[in-house]
Design a protein around this ligand. Structure first.
Ligand code: ADP
Length: 489
Protein backbone atom coordinates (compact mmCIF):
# COMPACT_ATOMS: atom_id res chain seq x y z
CA UNK A 1 0.00 0.00 0.00
CA UNK A 2 2.81 2.35 0.98
CA UNK A 3 4.71 1.49 -2.19
CA UNK A 4 1.58 1.94 -4.28
CA UNK A 5 1.12 5.41 -2.82
CA UNK A 6 4.73 6.37 -3.47
CA UNK A 7 4.52 5.10 -7.04
CA UNK A 8 2.17 7.96 -7.83
CA UNK A 9 4.09 11.02 -8.96
CA UNK A 10 1.89 13.38 -6.92
CA UNK A 11 2.59 11.41 -3.70
CA UNK A 12 6.31 11.26 -4.44
CA UNK A 13 6.49 14.99 -5.09
CA UNK A 14 4.49 15.76 -1.93
CA UNK A 15 6.65 13.38 0.13
CA UNK A 16 9.97 14.84 -1.05
CA UNK A 17 8.75 18.38 -0.59
CA UNK A 18 7.46 17.61 2.90
CA UNK A 19 10.74 15.98 4.00
CA UNK A 20 12.70 19.04 2.85
CA UNK A 21 10.22 21.38 4.47
CA UNK A 22 10.22 19.38 7.74
CA UNK A 23 14.02 19.56 7.99
CA UNK A 24 13.89 23.31 7.40
CA UNK A 25 11.17 23.81 10.02
CA UNK A 26 13.08 21.70 12.57
CA UNK A 27 16.26 23.74 12.06
CA UNK A 28 14.30 27.01 12.34
CA UNK A 29 12.41 25.82 15.46
CA UNK A 30 15.60 24.63 17.13
CA UNK A 31 17.40 27.92 16.34
CA UNK A 32 14.42 29.97 17.57
CA UNK A 33 14.30 27.97 20.81
CA UNK A 34 18.06 28.34 21.38
CA UNK A 35 17.88 32.11 20.81
CA UNK A 36 14.88 32.60 23.09
CA UNK A 37 16.33 30.41 25.89
CA UNK A 38 19.59 32.32 25.68
CA UNK A 39 17.69 35.57 25.96
CA UNK A 40 15.62 34.39 28.96
CA UNK A 41 18.67 33.17 30.91
CA UNK A 42 20.63 36.22 29.74
CA UNK A 43 18.00 38.49 31.27
CA UNK A 44 18.34 36.64 34.57
CA UNK A 45 22.09 37.19 34.58
CA UNK A 46 21.60 40.88 33.81
CA UNK A 47 19.09 41.12 36.65
CA UNK A 48 21.52 39.40 39.03
CA UNK A 49 24.20 41.84 38.03
CA UNK A 50 21.82 44.77 38.79
CA UNK A 51 20.97 43.24 42.13
CA UNK A 52 24.64 42.81 42.97
CA UNK A 53 25.16 46.53 42.29
CA UNK A 54 22.18 47.39 44.51
CA UNK A 55 23.43 45.14 47.31
CA UNK A 56 26.93 46.56 47.10
CA UNK A 57 25.58 50.08 47.43
CA UNK A 58 23.82 49.08 50.68
CA UNK A 59 26.80 47.30 52.14
CA UNK A 60 29.41 48.67 54.54
CA UNK A 61 32.10 46.28 55.82
CA UNK A 62 34.17 47.51 58.67
CA UNK A 63 36.75 45.38 60.58
CA UNK A 64 34.94 42.12 59.81
CA UNK A 65 31.48 43.40 60.64
CA UNK A 66 28.81 44.08 58.03
CA UNK A 67 26.52 47.06 58.12
CA UNK A 68 23.50 47.58 55.84
CA UNK A 69 22.68 51.10 54.76
CA UNK A 70 19.24 50.32 53.28
CA UNK A 71 17.40 52.43 55.77
CA UNK A 72 18.76 55.48 53.92
CA UNK A 73 18.16 54.13 50.37
CA UNK A 74 15.29 55.23 48.13
CA UNK A 75 12.28 52.81 47.89
CA UNK A 76 13.17 51.40 44.49
CA UNK A 77 16.72 50.48 45.52
CA UNK A 78 15.36 49.04 48.75
CA UNK A 79 12.86 46.86 46.92
CA UNK A 80 15.68 45.56 44.77
CA UNK A 81 17.73 44.90 47.81
CA UNK A 82 15.01 42.96 49.60
CA UNK A 83 14.39 40.75 46.60
CA UNK A 84 18.04 39.93 46.34
CA UNK A 85 18.37 39.00 49.99
CA UNK A 86 16.78 35.50 49.61
CA UNK A 87 20.07 34.07 48.35
CA UNK A 88 22.84 36.22 49.73
CA UNK A 89 26.24 35.57 51.31
CA UNK A 90 29.28 37.67 52.11
CA UNK A 91 32.65 35.97 52.44
CA UNK A 92 36.04 37.36 53.33
CA UNK A 93 39.06 36.88 51.07
CA UNK A 94 39.81 33.49 52.66
CA UNK A 95 36.31 32.12 52.10
CA UNK A 96 34.96 32.56 55.62
CA UNK A 97 31.29 33.52 55.73
CA UNK A 98 30.74 36.97 57.27
CA UNK A 99 27.03 37.18 56.61
CA UNK A 100 24.46 34.99 54.80
CA UNK A 101 20.72 34.68 54.24
CA UNK A 102 18.99 31.62 55.64
CA UNK A 103 18.21 30.16 52.27
CA UNK A 104 21.80 30.55 51.15
CA UNK A 105 23.23 28.93 54.33
CA UNK A 106 20.95 25.96 53.71
CA UNK A 107 22.51 25.44 50.29
CA UNK A 108 26.03 24.71 51.69
CA UNK A 109 27.66 25.97 48.55
CA UNK A 110 31.19 24.84 47.65
CA UNK A 111 33.96 27.42 47.71
CA UNK A 112 33.82 29.88 44.82
CA UNK A 113 36.18 29.47 41.91
CA UNK A 114 36.75 33.23 42.33
CA UNK A 115 38.85 32.52 45.48
CA UNK A 116 41.49 33.49 46.43
CA UNK A 117 40.39 37.04 45.59
CA UNK A 118 43.94 38.36 45.59
CA UNK A 119 44.47 36.57 42.29
CA UNK A 120 41.42 37.80 40.51
CA UNK A 121 39.96 40.85 42.28
CA UNK A 122 37.58 41.93 39.47
CA UNK A 123 36.56 38.53 38.21
CA UNK A 124 32.80 37.72 38.38
CA UNK A 125 31.87 34.02 38.24
CA UNK A 126 28.53 32.39 37.49
CA UNK A 127 27.17 28.99 38.36
CA UNK A 128 23.80 27.22 38.19
CA UNK A 129 23.00 24.58 40.77
CA UNK A 130 20.08 22.50 41.90
CA UNK A 131 18.81 22.51 45.48
CA UNK A 132 15.98 20.08 45.95
CA UNK A 133 13.51 20.87 43.17
CA UNK A 134 14.86 24.35 42.59
CA UNK A 135 17.56 25.44 40.23
CA UNK A 136 19.46 28.48 41.36
CA UNK A 137 21.68 30.88 39.46
CA UNK A 138 24.56 32.21 41.57
CA UNK A 139 26.78 35.23 40.93
CA UNK A 140 30.08 35.56 42.82
CA UNK A 141 31.29 39.16 42.70
CA UNK A 142 34.46 40.44 44.42
CA UNK A 143 33.85 43.60 46.51
CA UNK A 144 36.52 46.01 47.68
CA UNK A 145 36.18 46.86 51.41
CA UNK A 146 37.84 49.46 53.52
CA UNK A 147 41.62 49.37 53.82
CA UNK A 148 41.85 47.70 50.40
CA UNK A 149 40.58 44.29 51.60
CA UNK A 150 38.62 42.12 49.18
CA UNK A 151 35.39 40.36 50.04
CA UNK A 152 33.20 38.09 47.98
CA UNK A 153 29.55 38.97 47.51
CA UNK A 154 27.55 35.95 46.47
CA UNK A 155 23.92 36.43 45.40
CA UNK A 156 21.52 34.09 43.71
CA UNK A 157 18.06 33.86 42.21
CA UNK A 158 15.73 31.02 41.44
CA UNK A 159 15.65 29.74 37.83
CA UNK A 160 12.20 28.17 38.30
CA UNK A 161 10.38 30.85 36.38
CA UNK A 162 12.87 30.86 33.49
CA UNK A 163 12.85 27.04 33.38
CA UNK A 164 9.08 27.14 33.32
CA UNK A 165 9.12 29.65 30.42
CA UNK A 166 11.54 27.50 28.47
CA UNK A 167 9.50 24.40 29.16
CA UNK A 168 6.36 26.15 27.90
CA UNK A 169 8.24 27.27 24.82
CA UNK A 170 9.34 23.67 24.20
CA UNK A 171 5.77 22.40 24.55
CA UNK A 172 4.55 25.10 22.18
CA UNK A 173 7.16 24.20 19.57
CA UNK A 174 6.52 20.45 19.99
CA UNK A 175 2.85 21.08 19.25
CA UNK A 176 3.37 23.66 16.52
CA UNK A 177 6.12 22.01 14.46
CA UNK A 178 4.28 18.71 13.72
CA UNK A 179 1.13 20.71 13.01
CA UNK A 180 2.96 22.92 10.47
CA UNK A 181 4.62 19.87 8.87
CA UNK A 182 1.31 18.00 8.61
CA UNK A 183 -0.49 21.04 7.20
CA UNK A 184 2.31 21.49 4.66
CA UNK A 185 2.20 17.78 3.70
CA UNK A 186 -1.55 17.98 3.08
CA UNK A 187 -1.14 21.18 1.09
CA UNK A 188 1.76 19.76 -0.96
CA UNK A 189 -0.21 16.63 -1.75
CA UNK A 190 -3.31 18.60 -2.78
CA UNK A 191 -1.24 20.97 -4.97
CA UNK A 192 0.71 18.14 -6.60
CA UNK A 193 -2.47 16.11 -7.22
CA UNK A 194 -4.22 19.18 -8.64
CA UNK A 195 -1.31 20.04 -10.95
CA UNK A 196 -0.93 16.46 -12.13
CA UNK A 197 -4.64 15.91 -12.56
CA UNK A 198 -4.31 17.46 -16.02
CA UNK A 199 -1.66 14.89 -16.88
CA UNK A 200 -4.17 12.18 -15.90
CA UNK A 201 -6.74 13.76 -18.24
CA UNK A 202 -4.11 13.95 -20.99
CA UNK A 203 -3.20 10.33 -20.41
CA UNK A 204 -6.89 9.29 -20.51
CA UNK A 205 -7.30 11.16 -23.82
CA UNK A 206 -4.09 9.60 -25.19
CA UNK A 207 -5.48 6.10 -24.44
CA UNK A 208 -8.34 6.77 -26.85
CA UNK A 209 -5.95 7.43 -29.73
CA UNK A 210 -5.41 4.33 -31.85
CA UNK A 211 -4.06 3.83 -35.37
CA UNK A 212 -7.70 3.42 -36.46
CA UNK A 213 -8.97 6.55 -34.74
CA UNK A 214 -6.60 9.48 -34.80
CA UNK A 215 -9.35 12.10 -34.53
CA UNK A 216 -9.03 12.59 -30.73
CA UNK A 217 -6.79 15.40 -29.52
CA UNK A 218 -5.18 15.92 -26.11
CA UNK A 219 -6.82 18.62 -23.96
CA UNK A 220 -5.22 22.09 -23.95
CA UNK A 221 -6.30 24.29 -21.01
CA UNK A 222 -5.16 27.54 -22.62
CA UNK A 223 -2.93 28.48 -19.68
CA UNK A 224 0.16 28.17 -21.88
CA UNK A 225 2.09 26.17 -19.26
CA UNK A 226 4.42 23.18 -19.78
CA UNK A 227 1.53 20.68 -19.89
CA UNK A 228 -0.19 22.79 -22.56
CA UNK A 229 3.06 22.95 -24.54
CA UNK A 230 3.41 19.16 -24.33
CA UNK A 231 -0.21 18.63 -25.43
CA UNK A 232 0.21 21.06 -28.35
CA UNK A 233 3.38 19.30 -29.54
CA UNK A 234 1.76 15.86 -29.22
CA UNK A 235 -1.39 17.10 -30.98
CA UNK A 236 0.74 18.39 -33.87
CA UNK A 237 2.45 14.98 -34.03
CA UNK A 238 -0.92 13.18 -34.04
CA UNK A 239 -2.14 15.48 -36.86
CA UNK A 240 0.96 14.63 -38.90
CA UNK A 241 0.40 10.93 -38.26
CA UNK A 242 -3.27 11.28 -39.19
CA UNK A 243 -2.52 12.94 -42.52
CA UNK A 244 0.24 10.42 -43.21
CA UNK A 245 -2.16 7.52 -42.46
CA UNK A 246 -4.79 9.15 -44.66
CA UNK A 247 -2.27 9.46 -47.48
CA UNK A 248 -1.22 5.86 -46.99
CA UNK A 249 -4.87 4.71 -47.19
CA UNK A 250 -5.38 6.79 -50.30
CA UNK A 251 -2.18 5.40 -51.78
CA UNK A 252 -3.36 1.84 -51.15
CA UNK A 253 -6.73 2.67 -52.69
CA UNK A 254 -5.02 4.09 -55.81
CA UNK A 255 -2.77 1.11 -55.97
CA UNK A 256 -5.61 -1.41 -55.76
CA UNK A 257 -7.31 0.51 -58.52
CA UNK A 258 -4.13 0.50 -60.61
CA UNK A 259 -3.84 -3.26 -60.23
CA UNK A 260 -7.51 -4.12 -60.48
CA UNK A 261 -8.25 -2.11 -63.61
CA UNK A 262 -5.85 -3.86 -66.02
CA UNK A 263 -6.73 -7.21 -64.45
CA UNK A 264 -10.44 -6.60 -65.05
CA UNK A 265 -9.79 -5.63 -68.66
CA UNK A 266 -7.51 -8.60 -69.19
CA UNK A 267 -10.11 -10.95 -67.78
CA UNK A 268 -12.96 -9.45 -69.81
CA UNK A 269 -10.97 -9.60 -73.05
CA UNK A 270 -9.77 -13.14 -72.45
CA UNK A 271 -13.31 -14.32 -71.64
CA UNK A 272 -14.68 -12.62 -74.75
CA UNK A 273 -12.02 -14.21 -76.97
CA UNK A 274 -12.68 -17.66 -75.51
CA UNK A 275 -16.42 -17.28 -75.87
CA UNK A 276 -16.49 -15.99 -79.40
CA UNK A 277 -13.46 -17.66 -80.86
CA UNK A 278 -11.60 -15.69 -83.52
CA UNK A 279 -9.15 -15.59 -86.37
CA UNK A 280 -5.42 -15.61 -85.74
CA UNK A 281 -5.20 -11.91 -86.65
CA UNK A 282 -7.83 -11.05 -84.02
CA UNK A 283 -5.98 -13.16 -81.43
CA UNK A 284 -2.79 -11.27 -82.26
CA UNK A 285 -4.56 -7.88 -81.82
CA UNK A 286 -6.03 -9.00 -78.56
CA UNK A 287 -2.73 -10.38 -77.25
CA UNK A 288 -0.90 -7.17 -78.12
CA UNK A 289 -3.55 -5.17 -76.21
CA UNK A 290 -3.22 -7.56 -73.30
CA UNK A 291 0.54 -7.07 -73.39
CA UNK A 292 0.00 -3.34 -72.78
CA UNK A 293 -2.04 -4.10 -69.67
CA UNK A 294 0.55 -6.59 -68.48
CA UNK A 295 3.25 -3.95 -68.99
CA UNK A 296 1.22 -1.47 -66.95
CA UNK A 297 0.87 -4.04 -64.19
CA UNK A 298 4.57 -4.85 -64.32
CA UNK A 299 5.42 -1.14 -64.05
CA UNK A 300 3.17 -0.72 -61.02
CA UNK A 301 4.69 -3.77 -59.33
CA UNK A 302 8.26 -2.65 -60.08
CA UNK A 303 7.44 0.82 -58.69
CA UNK A 304 6.22 -0.87 -55.53
CA UNK A 305 9.31 -3.02 -55.23
CA UNK A 306 11.47 0.04 -55.76
CA UNK A 307 9.52 1.86 -53.08
CA UNK A 308 9.95 -1.00 -50.61
CA UNK A 309 13.70 -1.14 -51.28
CA UNK A 310 14.30 2.59 -51.08
CA UNK A 311 12.16 3.07 -47.93
CA UNK A 312 13.91 5.69 -45.81
CA UNK A 313 17.13 5.51 -47.84
CA UNK A 314 18.69 7.63 -50.54
CA UNK A 315 18.62 6.21 -54.06
CA UNK A 316 21.74 4.10 -54.61
CA UNK A 317 23.59 5.09 -57.77
CA UNK A 318 26.04 3.29 -60.02
CA UNK A 319 27.61 6.28 -61.68
CA UNK A 320 29.51 5.98 -64.87
CA UNK A 321 30.63 8.40 -67.52
CA UNK A 322 27.50 8.86 -69.62
CA UNK A 323 26.41 11.04 -72.50
CA UNK A 324 23.25 12.71 -71.20
CA UNK A 325 22.45 14.02 -74.69
CA UNK A 326 22.07 10.44 -75.97
CA UNK A 327 19.88 9.45 -73.03
CA UNK A 328 17.53 12.43 -73.48
CA UNK A 329 17.34 11.89 -77.23
CA UNK A 330 16.59 8.17 -76.75
CA UNK A 331 13.84 8.98 -74.19
CA UNK A 332 12.20 11.43 -76.62
CA UNK A 333 12.38 8.84 -79.40
CA UNK A 334 11.08 6.11 -77.14
CA UNK A 335 8.04 8.12 -76.01
CA UNK A 336 7.18 9.38 -79.47
CA UNK A 337 4.81 6.48 -80.35
CA UNK A 338 2.92 6.88 -77.04
CA UNK A 339 2.59 10.65 -77.65
CA UNK A 340 1.56 10.04 -81.24
CA UNK A 341 -1.23 7.65 -80.19
CA UNK A 342 -2.75 10.46 -78.13
CA UNK A 343 -2.28 13.11 -80.84
CA UNK A 344 0.43 14.94 -78.97
CA UNK A 345 3.45 16.56 -80.62
CA UNK A 346 6.78 15.95 -78.87
CA UNK A 347 9.77 18.18 -79.64
CA UNK A 348 13.35 18.29 -78.33
CA UNK A 349 16.21 20.82 -78.26
CA UNK A 350 19.17 18.72 -77.16
CA UNK A 351 22.67 20.11 -76.66
CA UNK A 352 25.22 17.53 -77.81
CA UNK A 353 28.04 15.96 -75.78
CA UNK A 354 26.63 16.72 -72.38
CA UNK A 355 28.78 14.24 -70.52
CA UNK A 356 28.88 13.56 -66.83
CA UNK A 357 28.94 10.85 -64.16
CA UNK A 358 25.40 9.56 -64.07
CA UNK A 359 23.51 6.39 -63.28
CA UNK A 360 22.05 5.86 -66.74
CA UNK A 361 19.30 3.50 -65.53
CA UNK A 362 18.04 5.99 -62.90
CA UNK A 363 18.25 8.99 -65.26
CA UNK A 364 16.31 6.95 -67.81
CA UNK A 365 13.57 6.33 -65.19
CA UNK A 366 13.48 10.02 -64.30
CA UNK A 367 13.11 11.05 -67.96
CA UNK A 368 10.41 8.47 -68.68
CA UNK A 369 8.42 9.55 -65.60
CA UNK A 370 8.50 13.20 -66.64
CA UNK A 371 7.65 12.45 -70.27
CA UNK A 372 4.94 9.95 -69.30
CA UNK A 373 3.30 12.58 -67.07
CA UNK A 374 3.65 15.29 -69.73
CA UNK A 375 1.79 13.01 -72.17
CA UNK A 376 -0.86 11.50 -69.89
CA UNK A 377 -1.88 14.81 -68.29
CA UNK A 378 -2.07 16.43 -71.76
CA UNK A 379 -4.89 16.69 -74.29
CA UNK A 380 -5.16 15.66 -77.93
CA UNK A 381 -3.45 18.28 -80.12
CA UNK A 382 -1.20 19.35 -77.24
CA UNK A 383 2.57 19.42 -77.23
CA UNK A 384 5.52 18.40 -75.06
CA UNK A 385 8.86 20.25 -75.34
CA UNK A 386 12.10 18.79 -74.00
CA UNK A 387 15.25 20.90 -73.69
CA UNK A 388 18.73 19.80 -72.61
CA UNK A 389 21.33 22.55 -72.12
CA UNK A 390 24.38 23.24 -70.00
CA UNK A 391 24.32 26.15 -67.60
CA UNK A 392 27.00 26.94 -64.99
CA UNK A 393 28.53 23.41 -64.93
CA UNK A 394 25.13 21.77 -64.63
CA UNK A 395 22.98 19.98 -67.15
CA UNK A 396 19.49 21.43 -67.24
CA UNK A 397 16.67 19.24 -68.53
CA UNK A 398 13.30 20.89 -68.89
CA UNK A 399 10.13 19.06 -69.84
CA UNK A 400 7.19 21.37 -70.53
CA UNK A 401 3.73 20.48 -71.69
CA UNK A 402 0.47 22.11 -72.69
CA UNK A 403 -1.53 19.89 -70.32
CA UNK A 404 -3.92 20.42 -67.42
CA UNK A 405 -1.35 22.22 -65.24
CA UNK A 406 -1.09 21.86 -61.45
CA UNK A 407 -2.68 24.20 -58.93
CA UNK A 408 -0.31 25.81 -56.42
CA UNK A 409 -1.69 23.77 -53.49
CA UNK A 410 -0.87 20.49 -55.28
CA UNK A 411 2.55 21.70 -56.46
CA UNK A 412 3.65 21.66 -52.82
CA UNK A 413 2.88 17.93 -52.53
CA UNK A 414 3.46 16.27 -55.90
CA UNK A 415 6.96 15.05 -54.94
CA UNK A 416 5.63 13.30 -51.84
CA UNK A 417 5.36 9.52 -51.89
CA UNK A 418 2.01 8.34 -53.26
CA UNK A 419 0.56 11.82 -53.74
CA UNK A 420 -1.84 12.31 -56.64
CA UNK A 421 -3.67 15.59 -57.22
CA UNK A 422 -7.45 15.23 -56.67
CA UNK A 423 -7.96 16.31 -60.31
CA UNK A 424 -5.70 13.44 -61.47
CA UNK A 425 -7.69 10.97 -59.40
CA UNK A 426 -11.00 12.25 -60.74
CA UNK A 427 -9.86 12.26 -64.38
CA UNK A 428 -9.03 8.52 -64.02
CA UNK A 429 -5.53 9.04 -65.47
CA UNK A 430 -3.65 5.91 -64.36
CA UNK A 431 -0.81 6.26 -61.85
CA UNK A 432 0.41 5.41 -58.38
CA UNK A 433 1.73 8.80 -57.29
CA UNK A 434 5.26 7.37 -57.06
CA UNK A 435 6.83 8.65 -60.30
CA UNK A 436 7.75 12.18 -59.16
CA UNK A 437 8.75 10.87 -55.72
CA UNK A 438 11.35 8.66 -57.45
CA UNK A 439 12.35 11.44 -59.88
CA UNK A 440 12.99 13.76 -56.94
CA UNK A 441 15.09 11.10 -55.17
CA UNK A 442 17.12 10.40 -58.32
CA UNK A 443 17.87 14.12 -58.96
CA UNK A 444 18.92 14.60 -55.32
CA UNK A 445 21.11 11.49 -55.34
CA UNK A 446 22.98 13.02 -58.31
CA UNK A 447 23.50 16.19 -56.27
CA UNK A 448 20.91 18.04 -58.32
CA UNK A 449 17.29 19.04 -57.90
CA UNK A 450 13.94 19.10 -59.58
CA UNK A 451 11.50 22.03 -59.66
CA UNK A 452 8.07 22.58 -61.08
CA UNK A 453 6.41 25.63 -62.56
CA UNK A 454 2.81 25.41 -63.71
CA UNK A 455 -0.16 27.46 -64.79
CA UNK A 456 -3.44 25.57 -64.26
CA UNK A 457 -5.20 25.03 -67.56
CA UNK A 458 -2.13 26.04 -69.61
CA UNK A 459 0.55 23.51 -68.77
CA UNK A 460 3.51 22.61 -66.59
CA UNK A 461 7.28 22.72 -66.81
CA UNK A 462 9.55 20.37 -64.82
CA UNK A 463 13.16 21.54 -64.62
CA UNK A 464 15.88 19.12 -63.51
CA UNK A 465 19.42 20.36 -62.86
CA UNK A 466 22.23 17.81 -62.61
CA UNK A 467 25.81 18.86 -61.77
CA UNK A 468 28.33 17.83 -64.45
CA UNK A 469 31.80 16.38 -63.99
CA UNK A 470 34.65 18.82 -64.70
CA UNK A 471 35.58 18.92 -68.44
CA UNK A 472 38.89 17.09 -67.74
CA UNK A 473 36.97 14.06 -66.42
CA UNK A 474 34.25 14.04 -69.03
CA UNK A 475 36.78 13.92 -71.91
CA UNK A 476 34.77 16.12 -74.25
CA UNK A 477 33.32 19.58 -73.83
CA UNK A 478 29.69 20.13 -74.79
CA UNK A 479 29.83 22.11 -77.99
CA UNK A 480 26.85 21.92 -80.22
CA UNK A 481 23.12 21.84 -79.67
CA UNK A 482 20.95 19.59 -81.80
CA UNK A 483 17.46 20.85 -82.55
CA UNK A 484 14.92 18.16 -83.04
CA UNK A 485 11.27 18.62 -83.73
CA UNK A 486 9.42 15.40 -84.34
CA UNK A 487 6.05 15.54 -86.03
CA UNK A 488 3.25 13.42 -84.63
CA UNK A 489 3.18 10.01 -86.20
P1 ADP B 1 1.33 9.52 -61.13
O1 ADP B 1 1.71 10.08 -62.44
O2 ADP B 1 1.53 8.07 -61.01
O3 ADP B 1 0.02 9.99 -60.62
P2 ADP B 1 3.52 11.15 -60.21
O4 ADP B 1 4.30 11.06 -58.94
O5 ADP B 1 4.28 11.00 -61.48
O6 ADP B 1 2.38 10.10 -60.04
O7 ADP B 1 2.79 12.53 -60.21
C1 ADP B 1 2.13 12.96 -59.05
C2 ADP B 1 0.98 13.87 -59.39
O8 ADP B 1 1.50 15.11 -59.92
C3 ADP B 1 0.10 13.36 -60.48
O9 ADP B 1 -0.90 12.48 -59.94
C4 ADP B 1 -0.51 14.63 -61.00
O10 ADP B 1 -1.56 15.05 -60.19
C5 ADP B 1 0.62 15.62 -60.88
N1 ADP B 1 1.39 15.77 -62.14
C6 ADP B 1 2.62 15.27 -62.41
N2 ADP B 1 3.04 15.66 -63.62
C7 ADP B 1 2.06 16.41 -64.14
C8 ADP B 1 1.91 17.11 -65.37
N3 ADP B 1 2.85 17.11 -66.30
N4 ADP B 1 0.76 17.80 -65.56
C9 ADP B 1 -0.20 17.84 -64.62
N5 ADP B 1 -0.12 17.19 -63.44
C10 ADP B 1 1.00 16.49 -63.21
Amino acid sequence: MKLMLLRRLSSRLAFKQTVTFALLVLVIAWSAYALLARRIYGQIDEELQDRAIAVRSMLQIRAGSVKWLNAEADPEVRAHFERSMRYYELLDDEGRTLDASRAMSALHLPASSALPLSLQPDHNTWQSLTAGNTRIRILDEPVLGLAGRHFLLRIGTSLDEADEDCHRLQLFLFALVPFIILAHAANAWIMASYSLRRLELTSAAAKQITPFDLSTRLPVSGRGDEIDELSISLNAMISRMQSSFQRMTEFLRNLSHEIRQPLTVLRAETEQALRLGSSETNYRDMLSKQLEHVELLARTVSDLMELAQSEGEQVKLQREKEDLSELVQAAIDGMRPQAGERGIKISGTVQQNVIGAFDAGQIWRLLLNLLDNAIKFNHAGGHVDVILAVHHDAAIISVSDSGSGIIAEDQAHIFERGYRAPSARKSKVPGTGLGLHFAHGIAEAHGGRIEVGSVPGEGSCFRVSLPLLPASMSGETPTSTAHWDAPIN
